[in-house]
Write a protein that binds this ligand. Sequence first.
Ligand SMILES: C[S@@+](CC[C@H](N)C(=O)[O-])C[C@H]1O[C@@H](n2cnc3c(N)ncnc32)[C@H](O)[C@@H]1O
Length: 266
Amino acid sequence: MSDYVLGVNQKELERLEFQHGVWKDVTNDFISRCGVSRGMKCLDVGAGPGFVSLDLLNIVGNDGEVTALEPSKLYSEYFQNLCKEKGITNTKFVSSNIEEADLPENYFDFVFVRWVIGFVPDPELFLSKIYSALKPGGTIAIQDYNYEGLTRYPQTEIFKDVPDAVRDYYRKGGGNPYIALKIPELFRKLGITLTDYKPNIKAGGKDSLVFEWVHRFLVGHFSSMANLGVISAREADEMFQDWLEHRYQTDAVIFSPIVVDVAGKK
Ligand SMILES: C[S@@+](CC[C@H](N)C(=O)[O-])C[C@H]1O[C@@H](n2cnc3c(N)ncnc32)[C@H](O)[C@@H]1O
């Protein structure tokens, strides 16, 4: 199994927390369309530090439960400590990749997967594990990329190469930056009925949350892209300088890549 390409560290944890703040309106709207309600049993796959798990706990209440499945020790322990501090007892923790996890069959009412399946080399195996853990009639909800649309004003020749570099970064770890395009086919093969398919884009100027979100990703990951040989050290440096030069320009505008809500029923 390939290593998770974005890596696991305190800085990345903080970036994920900021990212959750930027996208939580989109995520909450999706979860609400999926009909998640009190008393349900939920599984958050690749829960990271548990930001969505916590939101799910608030929805399902004390009669429901949330299982946070997360392979990284740092993220999982962060969420376990948070639950301890808050006195939350209806959370379960699974410290594993989903591909190797031992999960109950036909158990969950709702399975949520945000920004995880795009990183894995075998999305069909990934989904088949979720399928067996899902109750008949249960819902799986995925948010992930159709990685098109990342654009910036001013549009420099250097920035035009950045989306390709990010896509190659995903592929380097065995992932697929266009995973949202493939999910309907994978659902059909597994016998999951597609119930929701909605694209989301954010755009804004230099003071917007979405600009800062792109900023934190790029400044945190250009050097990792170079370390993995996705771009050369010189390209990484040029992209970094080009980004900093335009980041706070008065009329700068950014468009996010497309994040797709994909839901299906077993
Ligand atoms: C970009 S983070 C997203 C975290 C969280 N879902 C969120 O939206 O805040 C991706 C997470 O997926 C986890 N992950 C990577 N490969 C996985 C796999 N095969 N099974 C389960 N989790 C995985 C990583 O450890 C990381 O915490």
